[in-house]
Design a binder for this molecule. Structure first.
Ligand SMILES: [Zn+2]
Ligand SMILES: [Zn+2]
Length: 230
């Protein structure tokens, strides 16, 4: 399922490719509809040139840039890629307000030495569906890591950002974070999904780059100890 090439790890399941990019080593995913070649990029956290050349090599007509949340490391490449592909940036409305439009969020990004995200072109809500060729991406609002974190579900593939990692969960000590809220999101929004759903996390912090919800239910200590044992 996994092979390494000069672009770093490249995973082929249907048409999903992963590049680990930027100063914070974020997993950027490039996804393409095989029939129409229309596609989107999830969390371009920097190294836009690598992303652009991969998209060009795969002949992907990139229409959307989907951010799982508003943290600066996940949005660093937004503007360059938006320009390169004439694509729309998409973020949950709550994180768009907090990180791109509020004084606190903008100051937080600058403190880290990065520009804050530009306001999203398309503000997302729970239940929205983004259509890219034959691909229907469902927006699942999973607050906790940030108040406007979302997971993107694409027919059995779940892009979890910093909500769920392989064997761990995202930090909840940053602006707007809440451990209880994150546990509740996992319990009510993600765990009810099919066990064979593939988890594509926002960082490669686990033993393997991807996982399944069934495996996380067995092995992820935050799920076994704080949710399933309650
Ligand atoms: Zn984050
Ligand atoms: Zn992150």
């Amino acid at each position: 399922m996994k092979k390494e090439d000069k672009e770093g790890y490249q995973i082929n399941t249907s048409a999903i490719k992963r590049l680990c990019v930027g100063p914070f080593q974020v997993n950027a995913y490039i996804v393409k509809c095989r029939r129409t070649s229309v596609g989107f990029i999830i969390d371009p956290g920097g190294e836009e040139d690598r992303i652009i050349s991969l998209a060009a090599r795969e002949h992907i007509d990139v229409r959307y840039i989907l951010n799982t949340h508003g943290h600066v490391d996940h949005v660093l490449g937004n503007e360059a890629l938006k320009k390169a592909f004439n694509a729309e940036t998409c973020m949950h409305e709550t994180d768009d307000d907090l990180f791109a439009r509020s004084r606190t969020g903008i100051a937080a990004a600058r403190e880290l030495g990065f520009p804050p995200p530009a306001p999203a072109d398309r503000r997302l809500k729970e239940g929205d569906i983004i259509q890219a060729g034959d691909l229907s991406v469902h927006v699942i609002h999973t607050p906790g890591h940030t108040p406007g974190s979302v997971c993107y579900l694409l027919s059995g593939n779940l892009f979890t950002g910093d909500t769920l990692f392989v064997g761990a969960i995202g930090r909840t000590d940053l602006i707007g974070g809440s451990f209880e809220t994150l546990l509740d999101s996992l319990k009510t929004r993600l765990l009810p999904l099919s066990g064979d759903t593939i988890v594509w996390p926002g960082h490669d912090y686990g033993e393997t780059p991807t996982s399944t919800l069934a495996r996380e239910k067995e092995e992820n200590p935050y799920i076994t100890d704080f949710i399933l044992s309650q």
